[in-house]
Each structure stands twice: as C-alpha cells, then as structure tokens.
Design a protein around this ligand. Structure first.
Ligand SMILES: Cc1cc2nc3c(=O)[nH]c(=O)nc-3n(C[C@H](O)[C@H](O)[C@H](O)COP(=O)(O)OP(=O)(O)OC[C@H]3O[C@@H](n4cnc5c(N)ncnc54)[C@H](O)[C@@H]3O)c2cc1C
Length: 240
C-alpha cells in the first residue's frame, strides 16, 4: 500500500521537526520519516538554544520538538528513506523496510546523508569531506517541490540555526503552494478585527481567558517534562 501525504520530511532532527511544525500547523498532511539518529543526541548539555537560560538536555529538547510536531498534527514514522523518485504529481518515496509513500513535496533534512536523492535529475551536491545539497537561502534545490533544510543545506552546525532554517524552508514551501498570505500568529482578541481588518489566514485571535487557559496547560506540561532528569543515555561518537 502506498500512503499519500502532502509533505514528506526525510529526517526528524531539529530542522525536520521544526519544518513539520510549520507545514502541519498550516493544515498540510505532514509525515516525518526518521531513523532517530539526530547528531544533537551526542551533545552533553545544550547551552545556546534560546529559551533555555540554564541550558537543556539535548535529548529532552528533541523530545519536546517531537511532541510539538505531534501536537501540530505531524505523523511520524520510524524508517530509513532509501529512494526518492520524481513522479508526474510529486514524488514516490520508499524506505529500507519497503514502506511506500507518495507526496507533493519533500523536505530533505538528513544532515549529510544524500544517497536517497542521487537518482533525481537536477539535484546538485557539494562535497567538502561531508556532502551537502546545493540550495538557495530558502532551501529550494532547483527541482520543483524538493527542498533541503538544516545542516544538509549547508547551514552552520548549530541547532538553533538548523531549526530556524527548517521553519524558513517550510514557509517557502507554503508560499510556493500558493497558499494565501500566511502568518502563524496567535494574537490577542481584536488585534486585527478591532482595526477593521480581516483575520489573516493562519492567524488566530484569542481572549485573555483563553490565553491564561493555554498558559496554564503549557505550564503543567513543562513542569511534567522537567520533573526529573531525562532517562536517555549520553550518545557518543560511533568511533569511540
Ligand atoms: C557532540 C556534539 C555537540 C553539539 N553541541 C551543540 C551545541 O551545544 N549547540 C548547538 O547549537 N549545536 C550543537 N551541535 C550541533 C547540532 O546538533 C547540529 O547542528 C544539528 O543537530 C543539525 O540539525 P539537522 O536537523 O540538520 O541534523 P540532525 O539533527 O542530525 O537530524 C538529521 C536527522 O536525519 C535522520 N536521517 C538521516 N538519514 C536518514 C534517512 N535516509 N532516512 C530517514 N532519516 C534519516 C537522522 O536520524 C536524524 O534524525 C552538536 C553536535 C555534536 C556532534
């Protein structure tokens, strides 16, 4: 059976999860296929990711980003993508274990793994000891519907930069999809509408009461996630 989706993200590290949060929140069916080996898992304690003034366990950070992608509506699938092929209306994607997907868009976010892209005409690769995909600033590869995000698109080797690029690529994809002017914003009641403006697509206005309700829920969730040390063991370099 071939599973259809709008957006298939290959790689669920920081760039892939971040991209998925944006495409799924905009209502696109989004599937993240991942082997679960984000290089961030090797970090011992991440101290430069904004929002965590005392730092955060990197495996905890990945879990939180995964949870956020799930809440946004992403599907996540464990597996190694081995083949991506262009079709008349997008791409056919296959994993090592034989799972098949068809999708309108692909976002490749696999750091330096490119083998599954090698059969697509028009993708440029850059070899600097590690291999990268040649893209413009917004991750466009030159092949319609195929994007690359994060380290794979030669972004600097920093988690926040790669996460930010995942978001930027997702927004570029949404624009290419001819979706109406789009801001994923939650604004206070009346911010647009009390000024005689329509609520822009993707925006939401919420009351103070709703804002407090959401804050309370968020507080409960974060207290729960940070109640104890993260259980996953430190990952080291495979050669050690
Ligand atoms: C020891 C160490 C410490 C670090 N410390 C910091 C730090 O303190 N601060 C900081 O900002 N950055 C740090 N980094 C760098 C940071 O981890 C990376 O820059 C960032 O994770 C890159 O994000 P990415 O999404 O591009 O790649 P990754 O997070 O590596 O994600 C790539 C994903 O693709 C998946 N994948 C690969 N091939 C396939 C395939 N064929 N099919 C499906 N999935 C696939 C992998 O499983 C992985 O989940 C550190 C890195 C290391 C090694």
């Amino acid at each position: 059976m071939t599973v259809p989706t709008d957006v298939l993200i290959v790689g669920g590290g920081v760039a892939g999860r971040s991209a998925g949060i944006f495409t799924a929140r905009h209502g696109m069916d989004t599937l993240i296929v991942d082997t679960g080996e984000s290089i961030l898992r090797r970090n011992a304690h991440i101290e430069n990711f904004p929002g965590f003034p005392a730092g955060v366990n990197p495996r905890q950070l990945l879990d939180l980003m995964g949870e956020q992608a799930d809440r946004a509506g992403c599907e996540r699938h464990d597996g190694r993508v081995t083949h991506v092929e262009q079709t008349d209306d997008g791409f056919a994607v296959e994993t090592e274990s034989g799972d098949r997907f068809r999708t309108e868009y692909v976002i490749a976010a696999t750091k330096n793994t490119v083998d599954y892209l090698e059969t697509i005409d028009g993708v440029g690769f850059i070899d600097r000891g590690k291999t990268f995909v040649d893209t413009d600033e917004q991750g466009r590869t030159g092949v319609d519907g195929l994007y690359a995000a994060g380290r794979l698109a030669e972004k600097s080797h920093q988690a926040v930069v790669c996460a930010g690029h995942g978001a930027e690529v997702a927004v570029a994809l949404l624009e290419a999809d001819d979706r109406p002017f789009y801001h994923d914003w939650v604004a206070p009641d009346g911010y647009f509408t009390d000024r005689g403006r329509d609520l822009p697509p993707g925006c939401e206005e919420i009351s103070e009461e709703e804002s407090r309700r959401r804050e309370t829920k968020a507080l409960e969730a974060m207290c729960d996630r940070f109640e104890s040390l993260h259980p996953d063991e430190q990952i080291t370099h495979p050669s050690l």
